[in-house]
Design a binder for this molecule. Structure first.
Ligand code: CTP
Ligand SMILES: C[C@](O)(CO)[C@H](O)COP(=O)(O)O
Length: 245
């Protein structure tokens, strides 16, 4: 998924085109996906008409035996996922990945794919939560003199929480059906669906969490980009990547 605008990153270009260690986020993401060898077909969902990102996909397509094609994303991540699914050929399983999580190690793709092959309908990578998480009611009135404060409504037990990442893996037909049902959601309901696994939960499917990676963080703000640069400096091989499986 590479059709986002990268507003929070603030580079004024699609986030997938932003570079880390001289290579675009998109190429980093595709490098991991292709290195994992779990996919024979890759559909890259891009912003409307961005030739630079199409050029990245064309360059990579020449270096891999996998089929690499593109689709045009929509105004929301869910719209973009639907566009990608529509462009995919007939498959049993599908992994949906955020290009923004471009440093996700290849073995996370393998872990998700293996769980699908073992029979899971929906599988997401996740990591333990380091912070204490509290729920709030954003709509509740704040106390006088506490304008920026929100009343805490609960503290879920941290051991029962996971920070969820991508790639998220699914039975392809089940995911397509869940997305078809989601088209009937109103804007508020749709905005509450922040990952594909939630759609599957709403559709009544069992969703399993498998181990993710701290390297699979989502590049959202400038701080994340600094972290990505530091992480890449510790990795080998360094980009640019010369070949793909
Ligand atoms: N309409 C959209 C929105 C998001 N995405 C993708 O979904 C992933 C997660 O989205 P996010 O991190 O929010 O990316 P942006 O939407 O680009 O970021 P922002 O919200 O800051 O604009 C990203 O890989 C992004 O490219 C997408 O394909 N289509
Ligand atoms: C799909 C996701 O990366 C799982 O954590 C996350 O929900 C994407 O959120 P965003 O607001 O669309 O970046």
């Amino acid at each position: 998924m590479a059709a986002g605008s990268g507003t929070r990153l603030g580079h004024g270009i699609p986030k997938a085109l932003v570079e880390v260690a001289g290579t675009t986020l998109l190429e980093h993401a595709l490098h991991a996906a292709l290195t994992s060898r779990v996919a024979h077909e890759v559909v890259v969902v891009l912003p409307t008409g961005d030739e630079r990102l199409h050029a990245v996909c064309s360059k990579i397509a020449e270096k891999t035996a996998a089929t690499v094609s593109t689709a045009t994303g929509g105004s929301s991540r869910n719209d973009s996922v639907r566009a990608g699914l529509a462009a995919l050929g007939p498959v049993d399983h599908v992994l949906v990945h955020d290009a923004a999580r471009c440093l996700t190690p290849a073995d996370v793709f393998v872990t998700v794919a293996e769980a699908l092959v073992a029979g899971a309908t929906a599988v997401v990578p996740g990591i333990a939560v380091a912070d204490t998480i509290k729920s709030i009611d954003p709509a509740a009135a704040t106390a006088p003199g506490l304008a920026a404060a929100h009343l805490v409504t609960g503290t879920p037990e941290r051991s029962g929480l996971r920070a969820i990442q991508t790639p998220q893996g699914f039975d392809a037909r089940a995911l397509a059906a869940a997305h078809a049902e989601a088209a009937a959601l109103n804007a508020t309901e749709a905005a509450a669906i922040t990952d594909d696994a939630r759609l599957m939960e709403v559709a009544g499917a069992e969703v399993f969490v498998v181990p993710g990676s701290v390297d699979a963080f989502k590049i959202t703000t400038a701080l994340d980009l600094l972290l990505a640069e530091a992480l890449l400096a510790s990795r080998h091989p360094q980009p640019p990547f010369q070949e793909y499986p």
